[in-house]
Design a binder for this molecule. Structure first.
Ligand code: 5GP
Length: 190
C-alpha cells in the first residue's frame, strides 16, 4: 500500500536488532487518516471473506482493528495481557515478544470468542509470528474459525509470514520490509 510505504520511508526509524519504530504515526502518535486508509485496504483485501468478529491483541493492534471493525460494523475483541488472578472464564495462551524479550500470558473471555465465530485477526507488525500463533491457539480453544490475518507491516526477514502462510491461513500485509540492515529501510516492491 503506497501511502503506508511512503510514510514508513519518511517517518520510520530503524533500531538495532531488526526493530522498526513507527511511533510517529502508528505506535504512539497515531495518524487516523492513514489508519482509516489502511482499514479500507484490509476491507478490500478481505472482501468476500465471511467475518463476524475482529480480534487483536493489546495495545498496538487496537487502533487498526477498531477501524476495520467500524467499517465492517463488526465487534472488535482485544486479547489482554493477563495476570493469573484475573483469569476466570478465560481462554489463555502464551506469547513470546521478541521486542521485549519476554513471554506474556494472553487471554480472552469465553464470552467474546465463541464456537462458530469467523475471526479476522488484525495487528500492527508481523515478525516471527508469535502473536499470530497465540491467536491461532485462542481461536482453536474457542472452537472458532480464523478466516484471515491482516498486518500493517510485515518484516520479511523474520519468518512469521512464511510460517503462517504455510498453515493455509489467508495472510495480508500492507507493507513488507525486506531488510533493516545497516539501519536502512528496504521495502519489498509489492
Ligand atoms: P511477532 O509476534 O510476529 O514475532 O511480533 C509481532 C509483535 O511484536 C507485534 O504485535 C508488535 O507489537 C511487536 N513487533 C515486532 N516487530 C516489531 C518492530 O519492528 N517494531 C515494533 N514497533 N513492534 C514490533
Amino acid at each position: 500500500m503506497k501511502a503506508l510505504k511512503d510514510r514508513i520511508l519518511k517517518d520510520g526509524r530503524c533500531f538495532p536488532g531488526g526493530i522498526l519504530k513507527v511511533d510517529n504515526f502508528i505506535n504512539h502518535q497515531m495518524d487516523p487518516i492513514l489508519m482509516k486508509s489502511m482499514a479500507v485496504e484490509f476491507v478490500r483485501r478481505f472482501a468476500g471473506t465471511k467475518i463476524n468478529k475482529i480480534l487483536t491483541v493489546e495495545a498496538s493492534g487496537i487502533a487498526p482493528a477498531i477501524m476495520v471493525g467500524y467499517l465492517l460494523e463488526l465487534p472488535v475483541v482485544f486479547a489482554k495481557k493477563c495476570k493469573p488472578s484475573t483469569m476466570e472464564n478465560m481462554l489463555v495462551t502464551e506469547v513470546f515478544s521478541f521486542t521485549k524479550n519476554q513471554t506474556y500470558t494472553i487471554c480472552v473471555s469465553k464470552d467474546y470468542l465463541q464456537s462458530g465465530d469467523k475471526v479476522l485477526f488484525i495487528d500492527d507488525f508481523l515478525a516471527n509470528g508469535n502473536a499470530g500463533k497465540g491467536m491461532i491457539d485462542l481461536v482453536k480453544q474457542a472452537d472458532a474459525e480464523l478466516v484471515g490475518m491482516g498486518f500493517l507491516i510485515e518484516k520479511d526477514f523474520q519468518k512469521g509470514g512464511e510460517m503462517l502462510r504455510q498453515t493455509g491461513i489467508h495472510v495480508e500485509s500492507l507493507a513488507v520490509i525486506e531488510s533493516l540492515d545497516n539501519c536502512e529501510i528496504k521495502l519489498k516492491d509489492i
